[in-house]
Design a protein. Structure first.
Length: 92
């Protein structure tokens, strides 16, 4: 993997994690958490969207959208898990 590819993955992860944090909770989670959330969300989005027969195309913008959708799904799953444990964290 080249340095350029790694930089693109980190930028897409950061943007997607930040956007998902805005949508679900109303604020970002911090630089490292946003990047991790976006990268994991990209894996979820790349798996989930084809299952739903959605093709966004190629490029950086579709990658960000896919990763953001996956990150939102991940945050909602985490919210449901924490909700069952009695946590106070709630999406806005």
């Amino acid at each position: 993997m080249s340095g350029e590819s790694l930089l693109i993955i980190l930028v897409v992860g950061l943007i997607a994690g930040w956007l998902a944090g805005l949508v679900v909770r109303g604020t970002g989670f911090g630089l490292v958490a946003d990047i991790c959330l976006g990268i994991i969300g990209a894996f979820i989005g790349n798996w989930l969207l084809p299952k739903l027969h959605l093709n966004l195309g190629r490029g950086i913008v579709p990658a960000i959208i896919s990763a953001t959708v996956g990150a939102i799904v991940l945050l909602l799953i985490l919210w449901f898990i924490n909700r069952s444990r009695g946590s106070r964290w709630r999406p806005r």
